[in-house]
Ligand binder design. Sequence first.
Ligand SMILES: [Zn+2]
Length: 82
Amino acid sequence: MKCPRCGSENVNVQMVAETRVKKKSGLVYWLVFGWWLEPILWIFFTIPRLIFALFRPRRYKTKTVRSSMCICQNCGNRWKVK
Ligand SMILES: [Zn+2]
């Protein structure tokens, strides 16, 4: 395992378990558009959205993701390994 930033092989690998909300849009999107766009869409597209939600049932469910986090001991760089 090599650090992509400095090329050092002095890298720690840790297993990280995190709970995240599976949602397509991020926090910034929500702050800029979501708070007003979502209600408008909900009002005008309630039925299509309900149908859409039926086909995408897992969109808003939380999911525990296990991933490997690498931490470079040389430069402190952190990155995820899929
Ligand atoms: Zn490094």
